[in-house]
Design a protein around this ligand. Structure first.
Ligand SMILES: [Zn+2]
Length: 350
């Protein structure tokens, strides 16, 4: 892969290619935007482009400033074993001062193989206070030929002092077509449709149309412009989990969430469902729905509800989701939500 293979983000890619063309690389970038849209992927390919050593590039203008993806340098960066390249991935954990020291050490050395020493810090907002303080020093006195790329979906959590020293590149969620393209290219084989169909579902009606619509198109819609999310989570299975719990809730069964993260995700999916219900009231053809394969199910679900009621519930659920950060009691929230939905939604006939 190379910068030219990044789908969507044309503006960001052009900025980066122009920067390489001019040869004036800033010492730090902040790639910001929602998670799962290709920020880290772009950062990795930018690193490859900066240190690519292919001779092919001199003969091909299109490749001139991009990565060849074949030379030893491109290959080593892709695998994370290039001596002048470091990727810090915190994944929910704090980035500690020891990791910042490792960055300082990497950048203070003379470039070993490449033209630039490059560090990518994914989820940069996870830097704890002492790490951020130490990191600020590196940003204030950047070593020669070094580049740091901070990647963050919550860049507002980074201290102003850090943000203001980085060159900012914004990334937006992908369009529906771009998202589908990424999903077809990158994760087309990941989803085994046989496996999905063989699972028995308590909500048979909800899945009866699954075979009629291309499975990747459904996944693309469910990822809502963030195809990276579909790489780590089977979105079809996740939605099945959501609907099964919704039905349990409507039947006044015991709460089925196992963690606060699950509660948050469940409410996110509920809001998407309510959004689709409202949309169907306005546009009967179901265009622009997220759950494109569940049109009939959603129609039946909202049969007894007016648009006004759906919007009211949406607002209530949205507020409730906001309160989750105050550690709401799990079973109380379950019962409260259930009793509210039961009075409005006609789940038994859906
Ligand atoms: Zn190369």
């Amino acid at each position: 892969m190379a910068l030219k293979d990044v789908i969507g983000h044309d503006k960001a890619i052009n900025i980066l290619l122009r920067t390489i063309e001019k040869g004036k690389i800033p010492s730090a970038y902040l790639f910001s935007g929602e998670s799962g849209i290709g920020k880290k992927f772009t950062a990795l390919n930018f690193a490859k482009a900066l240190n690519c050593i292919s001779e092919k590039r001199t003969n091909n203008y299109n490749l001139f400033y991009d990565a060849c993806d074949e030379c030893p340098s491109c290959q080593k960066i892709e695998k994370g074993v290039h001596p002048d390249f470091l990727m810090i991935e915190s994944e929910g954990n704090q980035i500690k001062i020891e990791e910042i020291r490792a960055i300082e050490e990497k950048l203070s050395l003379k470039a070993y193989e490449g033209q630039y020493k490059i560090v990518i810090i994914d989820n940069a907002e996870n830097m704890n206070q002492s790490a951020a303080n130490a990191f600020l020093k590196t940003l204030e006195e950047p070593p020669e030929n070094s580049l740091i790329i901070l990647v963050s979906s919550m860049s507002e959590l980074l201290p102003d002092t850090i943000r203001s020293r980085c060159c900012k590149v914004n990334f937006a969620p992908l369009s529906s077509d771009e998202c589908l393209k990424v999903i077809k290219n990158v994760i087309g084989n990941k989803y085994n449709s046989k496996k999905i169909f063989s699972k028995t579902s308590r909500t048979k009606n909800a899945y009866s149309r699954l075979h009629e619509i291309d499975i990747l198109e459904i996944i693309s819609k469910l990822s809502m412009g963030k195809p990276g999310y579909a790489v780590t989570v089977n979105l079809i299975e996740e939605r099945k989990w959501f609907i099964d719990l919704l039905e349990d809730m409507m039947n006044a069964e015991k709460d089925g969430w196992s963690s606060r993260e699950e509660m948050e995700r469940w409410f996110e999916l509920l809001l998407v469902l309510l959004r689709d219900m409202a949309l169907l009231k306005v546009k009967e053809d179901g265009n622009y729905m997220i759950n494109i394969d569940l049109k009939e199910y959603i129609e039946k679900l909202s049969r007894t509800m007016s648009l006004k009621v759906i919007i009211e519930i949406y607002e209530q659920m949205s507020r409730l989701k906001g309160y989750l950060r105050y550690n709401l009691n799990k079973s109380l929230t379950w019962n409260f939500t259930g009793s509210l939905l039961r009075t409005r939604m006609d789940i038994n006939n859906a």
